[in-house]
Design a protein around this ligand. Sequence first.
Ligand SMILES: [Zn+2]
Length: 278
Amino acid sequence: MTDATALPGQPRGAVVSGPATARAVNVLAPNPSAMTLDGTNTWIVAEPDSDLAVVIDPGPLDDVHLRAVIDAVEHAGRRVGLTLLTHGHPDHAEGAGRFAELTGTKVRALDAALRLGDEGLGAGDVITTGGLELRVVPTPGHTADSLSFHLPADRAVLTGDTILGRGTTVVAHPDGRLGDYLDSLRRLRSLTVDDGVHTVLPGHGPVLEDAQGAVEFYLAHRAHRLAQVETAVEAGHRTPSDVVAAVYADVDRSLWPAAELSVRAQLEYLTEHGLIQG
Ligand SMILES: [Zn+2]
């Protein structure tokens, strides 16, 4: 599912992938960068026999992209019934207001500031638009407002930026907190172990068919980085930028500002747990 191709009749620049699962299709936003990988994945999710679709993360404020999402929904004989946000970062949420205007739908998100309409979104909520079942899984850590959506019928989970299709994500300190992030990864691991989820539909990058492996990799990566940060502090690197230079030497420098956010989150975590002196 990594080879996305443009469908005939799609607006220029729009990339609609084949179905990732029975119920989920991705429209790739034209905003690739070091931070967004190939671009933002805008997910269209619908029950096979339903004329209503749920759109998750309309993406950046880009009319060509937003109209491509609507075209893809209509191409399948549906209309948009509801818009959801995994979190408030602009590459996921900036276009939500315009998308809601174009489709006449409400926007539901954890952060009240991002909502359009009177309905919030939080732990334990179940979306049932058009017979589709999406269970809301709180996954704070990348940001405080990060949510994932469990799609039990396809044994899949839409993870936003909590798990990406390639590489690892940023714990965006101070909004994102490492302790929360590790708890969220464990929550996702239990979805794979206890609920049989095997597919990750990420906010960026390709679909992952080994969800449990992906979660284990993320947990191991976080533990490894945390040990490296602790070692760097013990070696006398005191400031976040010093720690980044010591620990992220293998990472492209364009990613160092993002790495510094993760390092700040890790230093906070180590201090709170009494592992280093604050
Ligand atoms: Zn994000």
